[in-house]
Design a protein around this ligand. Structure first.
Ligand SMILES: Cc1cc2nc3c(=O)[nH]c(=O)nc-3n(C[C@H](O)[C@H](O)[C@H](O)COP(=O)(O)OP(=O)(O)OC[C@H]3O[C@@H](n4cnc5c(N)ncnc54)[C@H](O)[C@@H]3O)c2cc1C
Length: 422
């Protein structure tokens, strides 16, 4: 891709041809993940758009003037005017193609894509999921000189990347910001030689044939597969939840707590996540009401003690939410007192839901042995019921789900696979 500077910017975007501009930075893993996608798309759509990149740190004034807040950020221009949706962060190939489609036209885009020749990538091991479990498996495998491809629908890090502070990962005296631990783990595995295919669409997985199709055109064929796809926050499935998801209801304190500075929030749940994340939300919010179905909390004692000592936090035990609604700027949670069946409304500025997790297994059509909650059952080598398929981390049937336990599973699966491949 051609590199331009702020001085050339205006001439390029006004040249008469549509333009895609990539504002990138150095030492930026999402920018590194995006670069090969842009190179391959330039080969396909180079006649429809001009592809250029600008070094953000070196052209800071222009970046600030354009309101660029993160790297990479993709902007699209036609006749000197910005068009389409800006894309930032973990940008998928399909996102870029969608926006190009607005410029080149749907038919032309589809025609160009229909000429794309599918490619096959061979690997010894394919890992699905780049959270701590998948990253550790990747590290051990590449150190054993095993050709490994690590695939994730998002950027590496899993839950680690969005956890505010991590105080229980051994080796660090002070609590570590989750994004930093995630960055270090990811860079360690990448530098060792593991091939990353991140922020991709996983189109199809055949566990028996050991084939994974990504972005609808690349098939990764492997001898072994490790599933490390983790979990997704459980939903309440009550009226209003779907409607206000991301618009009043959040499942991620690290992502959204900052928007509740000096505001009142409701937290649903009483386990580790709910109580630990409430401590974080308390840095911002003026009042937190925790709604919990049982008569006591299920979180670890240390977290409980902190929560009980926090003057901003109050509790509604033996209550369950029944519906969400909005009244102007306010969120309303209708709660039921379980003993009496009496219902009342709690009015707040926002709601956080932390009521547990469900395993990310829906992309597998092959039947894996699971426990009663849907988590994968493995033997002590992390091998699943399908030959050559291993699973690690939170997706496994186990009692305790932590970064350390995911890392341990990843270690075991990688060593077991190394022995088998030897
Ligand atoms: C709010 C919160 C706070 C936490 N705090 C702590 C803490 O302080 N200390 C601690 O030890 N643990 C903590 N945990 C638990 C810890 O984060 C998890 O146990 C750990 O991250 C599990 O690692 P994993 O690799 O199994 O999965 P995850 O971290 O969930 O990573 C799974 C990865 O798989 C990817 N993926 C999903 N579907 C697909 C697919 N179809 N194809 C490819 N990739 C896919 C995801 O994008 C993700 O990157 C916390 C969890 C939460 C929710």
């Amino acid at each position: 891709m051609k590199e331009i500077t702020a001085i050339e910017f205006n001439d390029v975007i006004s040249s008469g041809q549509p333009v895609l501009v990539d504002f990138y930075s150095t030492e930026c893993p999402p920018c590194d993940a995006l670069a090969p996608k842009l190179d391959s798309l330039e080969k396909l759509f180079g006649n429809e758009l001009v592809f250029v990149k600008i070094f953000r740190q070196g052209n800071r004034e222009l970046a600030e003037k354009l309101g660029i807040r993160s790297s990479p950020t993709l902007l699209f221009y036609e006749d000197g005017k910005e068009v389409c949706q800006r894309l930032a962060g973990g940008i998928k190939r399909s996102d870029i193609i969608r926006e190009i489609g607005h410029i080149a036209g749907k038919e032309k885009t589809a025609k160009i894509l229909s000429d794309v020749k599918p490619i096959v990538t061979e690997a010894d091991v394919a890992i699905l999921g780049a959270g701590p479990g998948g990253l550790t498996a990747g590290l051990y495998l590449c150190q054993a000189k095993i050709n490994t491809v690590l695939i994730d629908i998002a950027l590496p890090g899993g839950y680690m990347a969005t956890t505010h502070m991590i105080s229980n990962y051994p080796g660090f005296i002070e609590p570590q910001p989750g994004y930093m631990l995630s960055h270090n783990m990811s860079e360690q595995t990448k530098r060792c030689g593991t091939v990353y295919k991140v922020a991709v669409d996983v189109s199809r997985v055949d566990l028996v044939k050991k084939e994974i199709v990504i972005d609808n055109y690349e098939t990764v064929k492997a001898k072994k597969i490790i599933i490390a796809t983790g979990t997704t926050p459980r939903k309440l499935n009550i009226p209003g939840e779907q409607e206000f998801m991301g618009n009043g209801i959040s499942y991620c304190a690290t992502c959204d707590a900052k928007y509740f500075d000096n505001k009142e929030v409701v937290v649903i749940g009483g386990g580790n996540s709910a109580i630990e994340e409430s401590a974080f939300i308390s840095k911002f919010a003026s009042k937190i009401t925790i709604v919990h179905q049982f008569d006591k909390l299920q979180a670890n004692m240390e977290a409980q003690e902190k929560a009980f000592a926090d003057p901003k936090i109050s509790f509604m035990f033996e209550h369950e939410p029944r519906s969400f609604s909005r009244n102007g700027d306010k969120m309303e949670v209708e709660v039921e007192e379980l003993k009496t069946g009496r219902r009342k409304m709690i009015v707040s500025d926002g709601v956080f839901v932390f009521i547990g997790l469900i395993p990310n297994l829906s992309m597998f059509s092959d039947k894996l042995r699971q426990d009663e909650w849907g988590y994968i059952k493995t033997n002590e080598d992390m091998q699943t019921s399908i030959k050559g398929v291993y699973s690690v981390g939170d997706i496994n049937s186990k009692k305790y789900r932590q970064i350390t336990t995911a890392v341990a599973d990843g270690t075991i699966a990688a060593i077991a696979i190394t022995r088998e491949l030897d």
